[in-house]
Design a protein around this ligand. Sequence first.
Ligand SMILES: [Zn+2]
Length: 114
Amino acid sequence: MSSEPREMLLCTTCETVLGHERDIESRNFTGKHGPAILITYVYNITMARPIRIFMSTGWYIIRVVSCAGCKKEIGWIYLKVQQRSQLYKLGKFVLELARLEMIIPPAPPTGVAF
Ligand SMILES: [Zn+2]
């Protein structure tokens, strides 16, 4: 058991756990409020109705995603994309870094006697 401790993603407002660092696919995204991440899996969220939006890379159908703990908007999920080059975004989430806190959970006991 020598796996590195992995970062957890927490909501900055209510500290609900939203996801894990291992699921981050890109750190070079831009959200509505600044830098964002593309992540394949999140939890403890609620999703709004699907809406169509237009970006420089074509139209998308997205659902706005909010923290289940405090209901604050934290990003969105891509449901449909227009351009073939954007297909890699399908079913993934964009989360605003300003809404996230990254912590490293305490390491599990190693079994070493003191
Ligand atoms: Zn929250």
